[in-house]
Write a protein that binds this ligand. Structure first.
Ligand code: ADP
Ligand code: ZN
Ligand code: ZN
Length: 750
């Protein structure tokens, strides 16, 4: 935008961001201003000259011209940390759709005073040999927390009290008991300290393998030649990606630069955190959701002052205000948690690409099962590509059996457990080995399947699964297509055609009947309501307090359980048939991760995948742990149907408590978008899909409808978003009770 006016804020402490002031841009500065720049403005009654930040440029004035003051000049000197954050917020606003305030609040940490509490540190009082003895004893007695704490002390002098209680999950009572026994001492500390104090004498440096070294060298060559780009590191779990990241970071900070490492919260375990502390000691800081706003702000301030060089954390760590950022790493880049669920709905990978470009940094994406989007870009040469094919130490991948549930039905077995899985479970229970049962309910939306032949009802226009709507209808949640519910299977005539309904609780009940003596833990939304429930269940299972762990996708990520030798996937079809274009990708990723959970210890592992569609490519390739095979078939489907990454898609969600107003608004938007497409005919118009009811048509009395827009150029979708925004502004009286949300290249269904 050219812009005759600029909205300026004087200070970015939050209360004031809410009220920017408008200034006129003088002739000499027209076309020269950008969000994030600092300018001199006359302020207040005395027109004292002060500095302010440009938030956005606009052509509409809020006041009559004669009341609008003029900007004096641009403040010389580079863009400051705050200025860069403002520019980033402005980019996010434009590309993801949200208010500028919401975008600013996302990128700027909330300023809050940290309560001045005395910090405590825990020191070990025993020798290294005694520590090892105590670990053995704790292991024997199943003192899980104690064992974990003692293990954490390897190569470490002191741990902060907060780290031990929150991240290691050791209770105050256990600590007191250990202090009484003289194993450790707790000291008060007034100065801020890192949660882990590394014992420099005990730092061990590993020797990279040849393959790992090649990757680090290629990266460093580019870096030293001032070539900054994005790389995808495709390496199976355990292949040493984290070791590679650490070498890259070491190289970058040796040049006086800084690094940000994003790790999904669920994978940000104390083992991972400790590895980084042991390697980089005081130079790093870790943020996570258990920190208070004040503590987080504090960590960001330390980064700004240059006191640390590496920040590790989930999605929001991307906004760390380093001054010399050289490298961003995104581990497990395929993870859904990198997409924000609040407004703006930004994706950390794309935002990181912008930040890297803005700051002259490199970006490294790593995954065992890369997102189709990242792999596509790597294939097209837009990203550099590295590959690590072998597990370090040559540990074997588990043996996978796929069970055809249709066959089970034909043999008269109507239970949710196949005979093979039952037999294997029995065997493990007798051998006292552990079992994980995974029920994949992610994105589950009441699809309809034939248990006799595996037929799944699909939309003829969108090639995604139809979902049940009440008793009598099947609908497509992209285009709104409807068809009567099926009584008989159109493929084979069987009457075993129905919505797929099974929950973790039912699985647990069934196990109690089959194996009454087995000890079972269950992990799902219901059993993890409190903050530490998740950690508690995981550590109980890791401590072998149970034989079987049943759970949703939460159990397949992060933690390693050496005692597990069998993984059962109860119904692979649940996520396969979610009514959105990413269903196969998510299924492949989840199955690959689930299968990989078996046999992390000394004994080899086995996995059983139960499915009604054993021939589906996502299942076949997950069973083979064959990413390339999966990708080839998946990208062919995306090309045929025009789904991301081949084309881009914008999901527009409209909500309102007033159903008739909502229907009118959504129809008018779709109509205008279609009119525009007609105008553009012959000049590559966008396509408009819908309107349709959202998968969840109503949440707390608010109705929800969707429109999807598709085009090869992201910028055309931004244009569509702008068009919708200005239409809603123009009709703000008529549609006062409607709210619009935008989601670019959605990662999940609505
Ligand atoms: P990923 O991040 O790909 O899952 P990790 O970096 O966690 O893999 O490596 C898996 C295990 O193998 C870790 O315990 C790691 O320390 C070890 N490892 C990887 N590469 C080496 C190496 N070159 N020398 C010694 N140990 C290694
Ligand atoms: Zn059938
Ligand atoms: Zn459809």
């Amino acid at each position: 935008m050219e812009g005759k006016y600029a909205n300026i804020c004087v200070d970015i402490s939050h209360e004031k961001v809410d009220r920017p002031f408008q200034y006129k841009i003088p002739e000499k500065l027209q076309g020269k201003l950008e969000p994030g720049m600092q300018v001199l403005i006359p302020f207040g009654r005395g027109n004292k000259q002060i500095k302010g930040f440009v938030l956005e440029l606009t052509d509409d004035s809020q006041y009559p011209d004669e009341l609008c003051k003029e900007i004096v000049d641009v403040v010389e000197g580079g863009i400051s940390a705050e200025g860069r954050s403002i520019a980033l917020a402005s980019w996010m606003r434009a590309n993801y759709g949200s208010t500028l305030i919401a975008a600013l609040k996302t990128v700027l940490p909330v300023k809050e005073q940290v309560k001045q509490t005395t910090l405590r540190e825990i020191y070990l009082n025993v020798s290294e040999d005694e520590r090892k003895e105590l670990i053995k004893e704790a292991e024997r007695k199943h003192h899980v927390a104690k064992q974990r704490l003692l293990e954490a002390f390897a190569g470490v002098e002191a741990l902060s009290y907060g780290f031990v209680t929150m991240q290691l999950g050791v209770s105050a009572k256990t600590l007191q008991a250990m202090e009484k026994q003289g194993i450790l001492r707790i000291e008060s500390q007034t100065l801020y300290r890192n949660p882990v104090k590394v014992d420099e004498n005990m730092q061990t440096k590993i020797q990279l393998s040849e393959k790992q070294q090649e990757i680090v060298d290629a990266f460093c060559d580019d870096y030293k030649n001032n070539l900054r780009k994005t790389y995808l590191l495709h390496g199976i779990t355990g292949s040493g990606k984290t070791e590679v990241y650490m070498e890259m970071i070491a190289a970058v900070i040796a040049e006086g630069k800084e690094a940000i490492v994003l790790i999904p919260e669920i994978a940000l375990t104390y083992q991972t955190v400790l590895r980084f502390y042991r390697r980089f000691g005081d130079r790093i800081s870790v943020i996570h959701s258990k920190l208070s706003k004040g503590e987080r702000f504090d960590q960001f301030e330390r980064a700004k002052r240059g006191e640390i060089q590496v920040m590790i954390g989930p999605r929001s760590a991307l906004f760390t205000p380093f001054n010399n950022l050289g490298l961003i790493i995104i581990d497990e880049e395929h993870e859904g948690s990198y997409k924000s669920d609040g407004m703006p709905k930004y994706h950390a990978r794309e935002t990181a690409e912008y930040v890297a470009l803005q700051r002259g940094a490199s970006l490294v994406l790593g995954s065992a099962t890369p997102s189709v989007t990242a792999y596509y870009k790597a294939q097209k040469g837009q990203y550099g590509f590295f590959r690590l094919q072998d597990r370090f130490g040559g540990r074997q991948l588990p043996t996978v059996h796929t069970v055809d549930l249709r066959e089970e039905l034909h043999q008269g077995n109507r239970s949710m457990f196949s005979r093979l899985l039952y037999e294997k479970m029995k065997e493990r229970l007798e051998k006292k080995e552990q079992i994980m049962l995974f029920l994949n309910r992610r994105g589950y939306a009441g699809f309809v399947t034939c248990r006799s032949c595996g037929y799944v009802a699909k939309c003829p226009h969108c090639d995604v699964s139809l979902t049940e709507h009440g008793k009598n209808k099947l609908v497509c949640h992209y285009c709104g297509y409807e068809t009567p519910a099926l009584r008989l299977c159109p493929e084979c005539g069987s009457k075993y055609i129905a919505g797929f309904k099974v929950g973790t609780e039912q699985v647990e009940e069934r196990i109690k009947v089959m194996f009454p003596a087995a000890k079972v833990l269950r992990m799902d939304g219901d059993t993890t309501k409190r903050k530490d429930d998740y950690e508690k269940i995981l550590s109980a299972f890791a401590g072998e307090e149970a034989d079987i762990l049943i759970g949703t996708q939460m159990i397949v990520k992060g933690h390693d359980f050496p005692g597990v030798t069998l993984v059962g996937v109860l119904a692979a079809d649940l996520s396969l048939s979610a009514g959105d274009y990413r269903a196969a990708e998510r299924t492949f990723q989840l199955l690959t991760q689930a299968v990989g959970r078996a046999g992390r210890g000394k004994s080899p592992g086995e996995a059983v995948i139960q499915t009604y569609r054993p021939e589906h490519y996502a299942i076949v390739h997950a069973a083979d742990q064959d990413y390339e095979g999966f990708y080839e078939e998946e990208i062919a489907y995306r090309e045929v149907c025009g789904y991301p990454p081949v084309k881009h898609m914008l999901a527009v969600l409209l909500t309102s408590e007033n159903e008739s107003q909502l229907t009118e608004a959504v129809n008018e938007i779709a109509g205008r978008l279609r009119d525009k497409a007609m105008e553009d005919i012959g000049a590559d118009p966008w396509s408009v899909i819908g309107p349709a009811d959202a998968v969840i048509g109503r949440i707390s009395d608010s109705y929800r409808k969707m429109i999807y827009i598709r085009h090869g150029d992201y910028s055309r979708l931004v244009e569509a978003k702008d068009m919708i925004e200005s239409m809603m502004e123009e009709k703000k009286k008529e549609y006062a009770r409607c709210t619009v949300y935008f989601d670019f290249d959605p990662m999940s269904g609505y």
